[in-house]
Design a protein around this ligand. Structure first.
Ligand code: C5P
Length: 321
């Protein structure tokens, strides 16, 4: 039996600006995604004809049709009915390593792993562009999970401008096991509190998108990619996440974690996506370990987990099965 293990890395957002409302009820964003070297182990196998099955070792991850990996396999079955009947069903086994509901696109990455795995299982030969189009139908973060590396995203997060690769930067990630933040809640609360500042006209939207595309952070990334290490503190100082304005006041523990990591890390710290994971940047693995140890000794909480992961320059890969 054929077995595939697509590797799809998690992400952090180095920059996240909520620009305005969209007619489809979503929000216009300008965000910079960065892949990190942290991923779940997803195994894709054939199952008996007509069946899609998801199994996951994490109690908080549903195994039914609400799981993004299940939805991804179902989308493939709908788009490629001849292959679905020729090759049979799909069995997806997910071993969670990326924290769940954390702002790191762990669920989105599982969806993309399912798309990529089914493509291999059914010998469809889809291109990255094909996978990106399918991914966009399943969620706003999924196209980036296909592409990976560093990219600026606009629209609802699915329109990607790849940025040059950044190497030699580590993240220290901290997350309280018992805290999860609902992304729809974070967007809704942001709209309620800051909707008055949204761009109102097409010209205003375009100008704010353009400002992000030609902004200082994109320039700092370009310098870093050429090996100019002086650009790292510049990039760190430019980090922004609009969700912090609604999530931190609502969750004091996340605010304390953010402050503690920021004190422990000379380059500073910030929340990723709609949270609750907070990450600090570090220029080396040793420095990342020192930051983690300092934060851990200051907070010392049983409920708090830390991970260390370097920036990663690519999206989908394949583990030997
Ligand atoms: O696309 P995704 O499934 O990640 O979106 C989850 C929820 O987050 C959406 O239902 C929507 O409420 C909100 N969202 C948004 N604007 C975006 C992305 C997501 O309002 N650009």
């Amino acid at each position: 039996m054929k077995v595939y293990r697509p590797v799809v890395p998690a992400k952090v957002n180095l920059y996240l600006e909520i620009i305005g409302d969209r007619p489809d009820g979503f929000h216009e964003l300008a965000t910079i995604f960065q892949s990190i070297d942290l991923h779940d182990r997803v195994t894709v196998r054939s199952a008996p004809s007509g069946i899609i099955r998801v199994r996951c070792d994490h109690p908080d991850v549903p195994e039914d049709a609400t799981n993004l990996a299940y939805r991804a396999a179902a989308l493939m079955a709908e788009r490629f009915p001849a292959a679905f009947s020729k090759y049979g069903g799909v069995d997806l086994e997910i071993e969670k390593r990326v924290p769940v509901a954390a702002g790191l696109a762990g669920g989105s990455a599982n969806g993309v792993a399912a798309l990529a795995g089914v493509d291999l299982l059914w010998e469809l030969g889809l291109t990255r562009a094909d996978l990106c189009d399918l991914a966009a139908e399943l969620g706003s973060d999924l196209p980036f999970c296909v592409l990976g590396g560093t990219a600026l995203a606009t629209g609802r997060g699915e329109l990607l401008d790849p940025l040059p690769d950044v190497q030699g930067v580590w993240t220290v990630l901290g997350k309280y096991r018992s805290i999860g933040v609902s992304t729809p809640w974070a967007y809704k609360t942001y709209r309620d509190r800051f909707g008055a500042d949204y761009a109102r006209t097409a010209a205003e939207l375009k100008a704010r998108r353009q400002a992000a595309k030609s902004g200082e952070m994109v320039q700092a990334i370009a310098r870093l990619s050429k090996g100019d290490r002086d650009a790292l503190p510049v990039l760190a100082a430019l980090m922004r996440n609009d969700f912090e304005k609604v999530v931190l006041p609502e969750y004091p523990a996340i605010a304390t974690l953010r402050d503690t990591l920021a004190e422990a890390a000379p380059l500073g710290a910030m929340m990723s996506g709609s949270g609750p994971t907070v990450f600090a940047l570090a220029p080396s693995h040793d420095e990342a370990e020192a930051i983690r140890d300092r934060a851990q000794s200051r907070l010392g909480d049983q409920d708090l987990d830390f991970w260390i992961a370097p920036f990663r320059c690519s999206g989908i890969g394949l583990d030997p099965a």
